[in-house]
Design a protein around this ligand. Sequence first.
Ligand SMILES: Nc1ncnc2c1ncn2[C@@H]1O[C@H](COP(=O)(O)OP(=O)(O)OP(=O)(O)O)[C@@H](O)[C@H]1O
Length: 323
Amino acid sequence: MSVIETVELRKSYGRLEALKGVSLRVEKGQIYGLLGQNGAGKTTLIKILLGIVRLTDGEASLLGAPAGAASARRRVGYLPEDHAFPGYHTGYSLMDFYGSLYGMAASERKKRIPETLELVGIAGRMHSKIKAYSKGMKQRLGIACAMMHEPDLIVLDEPTDGVDPMGRREIREVMAQLKARGHTIFLNSHLLGEVELVCDRVAILQQGKLVREGTIAELTQTKGTFVIGLMPGQTFPVDAVIKFGFAVRPLADQPGLFEVTLSGGQTIEPVMKQLFERGLTPTHVVEKKQSLEDVFMTTVEGAEPGVDRKPRRGAARPVGGRD
Ligand SMILES: Nc1ncnc2c1ncn2[C@@H]1O[C@H](COP(=O)(O)OP(=O)(O)OP(=O)(O)O)[C@@H](O)[C@H]1O
């Protein structure tokens, strides 16, 4: 049984189609990232799963039950985006309040609150007022509230929003610990570097459609593109390599390195042969990997007419090649 499953999920708000047939599946124990530009439909999908809004068509299930069923909702923890906890509460009193909403007994809350706050690293401040907490502490308190009742699935909407790099790393560690304890995490975040570090699988939504889905390794793999560097003072034989049908371009942001792209069943051997025959010494030969940000930008490029995008770093135009 999948933790989350949607099949051809559609949602319209009046004439606006926020989701246009989204099918995805999240398995137990995964950290699953949902990506997309503003307005792509991420929050709508989460709200349907949690029964906050109704789907228009298709199917959505949560922990084996139809989305929104009370039996499944009880087994979910949710950290909404832009939450604002009352500053007069302490971390402890807020969690006590949440625990009572979850229906937890007082004795259970007394045990569970310090344990959970310990796990997210703010147990030492549990009796301080929330108004004195930093943004990172508030986010960690939000995660603690979402996981207090030991849910099977934890839905985190922008958990690292506004948090400094150190705090983000700590939140990543909390997510890794939750995964190790068997929780499934569904993460909605704009911070692609974070997502790349922590997620097992990722889905990219674009204007209500699922346009990419896979493991981080699958999505970031760039088959057939190599980055080659030579000993200082040596010149890369660009023309000779192009003659063999490879595309070559210097990397604008890494002087001395060249990107060589293979096509149609080529291997890198002829390029290496050219280098060795010329007495050149390659000091760097690495098959290129894209960052998740590159994948995301390539995927959504041109999606929003009129948006002025900055050129990506190192995105010089390739020369040569057969395509
Ligand atoms: N209650 C609503 N009524 C009408 N339109 C809505 C409503 N909620 C969302 N929308 C629209 O549906 C589309 C998807 O919105 P949604 O909030 O799901 O996107 P998102 O990917 O979560 O965006 P963001 O990253 O900005 O939070 C947007 O065009 C939005 O304006």
